[in-house]
Design a protein around this ligand. Structure first.
Ligand code: C2E
Ligand code: CA
Ligand code: CA
Length: 686
């Protein structure tokens, strides 16, 4: 290994000159001084023009420098002049050496009158290919070696390109000086060289960046083991003149030929992996993962598309009405973003919001939605439509220090708009971090700006009741995963009832999301959840379509009727038992239609309805004629059930189908009777 220091050594037989980037001579060796007759002191600080003979036209020097700047070197015969005035000819090789750690470069000239050209050139080249501080190969050499290794690679050999960057190196430089930093780098170089095999290569790219080429690894696990070893080695204490320092390193690796066949690509992958290691908390290694990399690249491309969509105004807001079922009135609308792509048509938010949420794009989108949504509600108000608007706030935007200014700025444009009509919807997890700060901000927004808050997707998070109590949210939007099924699944109905009661006890308003049937509305009003939004009312639509829709919408009259019932919680099992019975009939129907082979409980005292009827039902309503009527009907239901199952057992599918019709009649009768019972127990006493 030849470094410039070694080149300059006393034993060299060539005459050598080193200048800085301004061509000031900084070093000259003994041979140079002997040949020219100048002392070292006379030479240092001069330029090489000192030895010019005047035998070459200025074009000669122009061409020489041209070649140095273009190719990094020049060599040829040159006439020089000694201090004594004697003119002599010698062969000169000049090379530029870049110190990769900084911008400084210097020039090395090697004069040789004896004709050992090859040897000289080789030394010159080697000087240009090594890092002067550590003596390690530099970037140029690495790149050559890497390309060579790729060209010569045999099929069964794998190679790892490892990029390494020290953690916490800059503070060492800043606090203890560059000399200390240099000592560490030299130590790192030594540790790395000592930790790898002879065929491997350690190179320094500059600064505190190194590359290790592991030329023969068995597999990824083999690479992992080596990286672990390197990391461990680098984490050991560095001792510099009494100072003890500990540093870490972040490593990224790419594997040839698995990841790429191209040197630059391998280095780039290693660099990306190293960046991930830094990002992932430092002092660790990451091996390039082709699948993950493809995914990231794809995400990046999609992120760019979202960005463009914002720039080219391809986002628009749809509005889904929110109604008070009991009053039969539209109370407002939730703004839901849509991407109207010229290429792909209408794109739903779940296709781009989650991705946008991983970057500050979410904030730009958030501002757009606030602008548009508030402008729309202001327009409605100016038309006499006193609706509120629900605006979804992304967690990222909510946590952004400028969030409240964003809202205030937009609100200021509409001084006549009552700001409580703006309901900002947040999800539980958004406020979990920095809860104190966020709660303060929310209260501020409410008290100073006057906006309202809603807790979205309620029931899906993990927040505690304490947390719920602290959040100044006026509305709890019950997640549609619960509401979806309330007509089918008693446990969902119980959940929604519970959440509605919870909302009431915290003096919040409950709003059911995802109401998909009129029937669901009938249950909702009975369990006290009067506000809802969902496909059974209307789908999200453009604002003018919503205005039209609102003119013609008629609520289901049963909502008002049933909403008047005053359910005590003790009576609610009537609703649950009713649902249980409906499910029982559905199970039978699925069996007959060969959609399932589950046989419903045939014993009238063992099915869920039957158990309610015997226990709670009997003890609470045993004296009521409405209750008494349900008993024989339920018996009949089960007799019919028995009959159907027997018919199926004998393979009489058609007869079973016919019998199903009777079962439906009985079901409807029982539902009717249960409804009478409900009417009776929920009637407001006069
Ligand atoms: P979300 O806030 O829970 O919005 C309600 C979603 O439920 C909407 O989906 C709506 O179309 C859908 N939905 C309403 N009624 C029914 C129903 O009866 N059945 C079913 N199955 N779905 C119903 P959409 O518009 O696709 O929005 C999905 C999610 O994207 C939203 O969920 C919200 O988290 C997010 N999102 C939408 N617009 C925005 C926005 O402007 N900003 C942010 N940050 N997120 C938004
Ligand atoms: Ca929402
Ligand atoms: Ca929601």
């Amino acid at each position: 290994m030849t470094t410039i220091q070694e080149l300059m050594s006393e034993t060299s037989s060539e005459s050598i000159l080193v200048t800085d980037s301004n061509l000031r001579i900084i070093m000259a060796n003994r041979v140079f001084c002997e040949t020219t007759g100048y002392s070292f002191e006379e030479v240092v600080g001069q330029t090489p023009a000192l030895v010019r003979s005047g035998h070459h036209p200025s074009e000669f020097y122009c061409e020489m420098w041209d070649s140095i700047h273009r190719n990094g070197y020049w060599h040829g015969e040159i006439w020089n002049q000694r201090k004594s005035g004697e003119i002599y000819q010698e062969h000169l090789s000049i090379g530029v050496v870049r110190n990769l750690g900084s911008d400084a470069s210097y020039y090395v000239g090697i004069y040789n009158g004896h004709g050992h050209l090859n040897n000289l050139n080789e030394q010159m080249t080697r000087a240009a290919y090594h890092d002067p501080l550590t003596g390690l190969p530099n970037r140029l050499r690495l790149s050559q070696r890497l390309q060579g290794a790729i060209a010569e690679a045999s099929v069964d050999k794998q190679m790892a390109v490892v990029l390494l960057d020290m953690d916490g190196f800059k503070p060492v430089n800043d606090n203890y000086g560059h000399a200390a930093g240099d000592r560490i780098l030299i130590d790192v170089a030594k540790r790395l060289t000592a930790s790898v095999r002879g065929d491997d290569m350690v190179a320094r790219l500059g600064g505190d960046e190194f590359v290790v080429l592991l030329t023969d690894i068995t597999d990824e696990q083999g690479c992992r083991n080596t990286l672990e070893r390197l990391l461990k080695e680098l984490c050991k204490t560095y001792e510099i003149g009494g100072l003890k320092l500990r540093l870490g390193a972040s490593l990224g690796a790419a594997i040839h030929p698995r990841d790429s066949n191209d040197a630059d690509t391998l280095l780039r992958y290693a660099d990306e992996a190293m960046y991930q290691a830094k990002h992932g908390g430092k002092n660790r290694f990451v091996i390039h993962d082709p699948v993950e990399a493809a995914r990231r690249q794809d995400a990046q491309a999609r992120m760019q598309e979202i960005h463009n969509a914002l720039t080219f105004h391809e986002f628009t807001l749809y509005y889904q009405p929110q109604v008070d079922l009991f009053k039969g009135k539209v109370i407002g609308a939730e703004a839901l973003i849509r991407w109207q792509s010229p290429e792909h048509g209408l794109i739903m938010p779940d296709q781009f919001i989650p991705l946008a949420e991983t970057s500050d794009l979410a904030i730009d989108i958030g501002r757009f939605v606030l602008e548009q949504g508030i402008a729309q509600v202001a327009k409605w108000h100016s038309q006499g439509l006193e609706w509120r608007i629900g605006i979804n706030i992304s967690p990222r935007h909510l946590q952004h220090p400028r969030f409240i200014d964003d809202v205030a700025g937009i609100l200021a444009k509409y001084p006549n708009l009552p700001s409580h009509t703006i309901e900002l919807e947040i999800i539980e997890s958004a406020a979990l971090e920095d809860i104190d700060e966020i709660v303060d901000m929310m209260k501020n927004a409410r008290n100073v700006l006057g906006v309202s808050w809603a807790l979205d997707d309620f029931g899906t998070g993990h927040a505690s009741l304490t947390y719920l109590r602290r959040l100044p949210t006026q509305t709890l939007k019950i997640d549609r995963s619960f509401v979806d099924n309330i007509t089918q699944d008693v446990s969902d109905l119980i959940m929604v009832e519970g959440m509605t009661a919870l909302a009431a006890s915290f003096r919040r308003e409950a709003l059911a999301e995802g109401m998909e049937s009129l029937e669901a509305g009938r249950l909702l009003v009975q369990i006290g959840c009067h506000c809802a939004q969902g496909y059974a009312i209307a789908r999200p639509m453009p604002p003018d379509a919503l205005e039209e829709w609102a003119k013609h919408w008629r609520p289901d009259p049963a909502w008002r009727q049933l909403g008047k019932r005053k359910w005590s919680r003790d009576d609610m099992p009537i609703l649950y038992a009713t649902l249980d019975h409906q499910s029982w009939v559905e199970t039978m129907q699925a069996l007959v239609n060969r959609q399932s082979n589950i046989v419903p409980e045939l014993n009238p005292r063992m099915c869920r309805f039957g158990r309610w009827q015997q226990s709670l039902g009997k003890s609470r309503y045993g004296d009521l004629p409405e209750y008494a009527l349900t008993v024989p009907t339920h018996e009949e239901v089960h007799q019919t059930g028995h009959k159907i199952v027997s018919l199926l057992d004998c393979g009489q599918q058609a007869a079973a189908q016919a019998e199903l019709k009777n079962l439906y009649i009985l079901r409807d009768r029982l539902l009717q009777q249960m409804d009478s019972l409900a009417e009776r127990v929920t009637r407001i006493p006069d």
